[in-house]
Each structure stands twice: as structure tokens, then as C-alpha cells.
Ligand binder design. Sequence first.
Ligand code: LLP
Length: 439
Amino acid sequence: MILYPHLSVNGEGHLTIGGIDTLELAERFGTPAYVMDENTIRQNMRTYMQAAEKNFGKGALPLYASKALCFAEIYKIAKEEGLGVDCVSGGELFTARAAGFPAERIYFHGNNKTDRDIKDAMDMGVGTFVVDNIDELLAVNSEAARRNIVQNILLRITPGIDPHTHKAISTGNVDSKFGNAISTGQAMEIVKDALKLPNIKLNGLHCHIGSQIFDVKPFASAADIMIKFISEIKKECGGFEINELNLGGGLGVKYTDNDPYIDYAAAIGDMAEVINKFCRAHDIKTPLVRLEPGRSLVAAAGITLYTVGSVKEIPGFKNYISVDGGMPDNPRYALYQSEYTVCIADRADKPKDYKATVAGRCCESGDLIGENMDIQKAKRGDILAVLVTGAYNYSMASNYNRIPRPPVIMVKDGQARIVVRRESYEDLIKNDCLDNPVG
Ligand code: LLP
């Protein structure tokens, strides 16, 4: 096993995923390619489903934060496993519905839903809007009034927690573009406003403190603050009880030997314990608690396969291994200096006794997968694998330098199938107006 049970090395010394030789996958589907192990995704979803039901009761279905990895097939898997989903854009909603995901199990997020988004989501019958701000609250109410419906909502609240993760993925601070802060009084104001609106049903509160968090403590602190706020609402709003508390996503994932493994079921158990304790202390009934994991459901399942193009050793400086992908398919090092584990799939059994900076093929020095990484010695034509790329890689991919996006290959029980096709050059120009007259 390499980091996770679905990753291993076969008798020929090749890296395998879900029991399949990655060199065969590279040969059959080409590179770069994302490869996902379906059983790992399903197993992670089951872990969350079972832990949520055990600790938070029946109906506390977790919501898959589909921004982590978004294509039709993943919604089908989430539907089959019984989860709800969090969508953040018209595009995610459209994909979910195209895949047949039930609208009532969709939570519609985002800090700036457009009028069109709101209309589209209501046309689809989306179950719950997670309303970010007062402008949006009024817009949702007007659209619901026009349709003569009452829309279920949660309100996004900022508890004022610093989860000590990368600044770009930290979202629970008061100074945030997301939500309404408790400490400024704005959270109470928007609750009171929501309760006055005839076409809004305030079902609950939502907070999301950040991502790639390894410790339960910041979640416990957020829960404490949110539960205290729920008890204040009860006092200030004529006994009104909040039904649902959504604590967002954010549990971390092991990317390298330096990260710990997280026992998600145990972490959920720990959260439940403190939530029950805080509810007793504040004398409120325990709301239905929901979690919204993204990364921890899909990250570990994925790897990316590249072909090595060049190996450049600069005397006195670094060694560079260049691959046929890079920041367009994985922008996470450029954005967050994220660390990854890499290996040469052809010789995954050999020690990683070489140090190299793995570079992409874009015209940009920052186009790196990582610097000074431990890896086997490489040569042109080798297959280089980057592990744990299932989350925020495909979903953050771009066409920078007009590079087509790689396909997504799903492996399951020894079989591989394409779930997202490789983009073609024709796909790249399909929206270009080639025959427009100049001027
Ligand atoms: N719920 C909400 C409201 C969120 O904003 C997010 C992530 C999640 C749930 C899921 O969080 P997770 O369980 O995946 O940590 N692109 C960054 C991560 C951005 C996370 C954005 N929100 C990265 O590549 O690290």
C-alpha cells in the first residue's frame, strides 16, 4: 500500500490503483489523465452516512460538497449512496439535475447568487437555499413570492473562528466575503429579517470555517458559538427554534507522509459529543446536524498520470522533471503551495532516492506540481503519478495555454471506464466565433 489501500505496487514494480496497472491505464487512455477509484469514494461516503446517522440521528444525511469534484457520474454515485449535495453555481445545479440527482436533496450555496441562478434553482425545485446576505434574502423572497411558494432556507453565519489553515481556504473569520457575523450583530439582524418574510421558511443555520483541517477543536468551537447563537435566537425571537445546524465541510486529508490520517467516524463522534453537551448547557433541543464534506470524500480516491518529457539537472541548482500537464490540471501548488506525494509509476517499488522539482508544460515559472520532491530517478517516457488528486484538481482545471482538460477515468473492481472524456482541440474552439467579420 502507498498512502491508501487502493494504491499498491504489482509484481512488475508498477503502481496500481484499484488493482489495475497504471502503465496500462496510461497506455489505454493517454496522459495526462485523472484516475479515480470508485470503491474508495463509495466507502468514504458510507463512513460519513453511517457516522452521521449513528451520531446525529436518522435524516441527518451528509451533503457532498460537489465543488471538490464535479461531473455527472459523481452525482449518480452520491445519489446511490443516499447523500445530499451542496451545489454552488448554476453549472453545478445543472450537472446534478442532468445526472438525475433529486432536487429536494440539493443545498444551493454561494455568496453571490444571480437572479438567474435563483430562478433556475427554483425552476428545478431545489430543496434548500443557503442564503448568504440580506440582498440575496430579499431576492429569494421576491422570486418565491412571484411563484407563490415558500422557500426553505438556511442562513450562512460567520462564527469568527480561525481554523489555522491556509488563508485562501479559511472562511469562518468575521472579515470574510461569506455570511453574517455574530459578533457584529448582523447575524441576529438577518435572522429577524428572515422571520418576517412571508415566502421564506428559516429552517436553520450554516457555517463553514475552512478546509484541510486536521483537528476537531475548531469545529467544536464553531459548534459552541453557533449553539449559543441558536439559544439567543430562541430568547430574542419569541421562542423560535432552529431546526437544522449545518457545520460545513473541512476535515483534512493525508497528502504526504507528513500529514496524519483522520478517522472520520471518530471525528464525527467527537463532534456529536460536544454538540449534545453544548445544547444541554444552553437548554435547547439538539438540532438536526449536517456535515458537508468535499475533500475527505474524494481526494484520496484520485491520482493523476503524466508522461515525463524532460529531465533537466542544473548543476548547483535544482533538478527539473517536466510532465505533459501542470497548473491547468492541478493549480494547487501555484495557489496554496499544497504538498503532494509523487512517484515514477514504472518503478514504484524502487526507493525515492532522487530529488526533483516537478514542473508542468505552461509558459510560466510558477507552473509546478511541487519543489524538491522525493521521487525515483526519471527519464523521458516514464509515467509520473501524483497521488491524492481527487479533490480540487479536475474541478479547478482550466484551459490555460489552450491545453485541453484531461479525461477522468473511473476504476472499479478491476475495470476502467471513462466518466469524463478528454477535451479535444475542437472542444477548445467550439465557442470561438471563427466567421465573425473583423471590426
Ligand atoms: N461547504 C462549504 C460551504 C464550502 O465552502 C466548502 C469548501 C465545503 C463545504 C467543503 O470543504 P472540504 O470538505 O472540501 O474541505 N480549492 C481549495 C479548497 C476550497 C474549499 C472551498 N469550500 C483547495 O484546493 O484546497
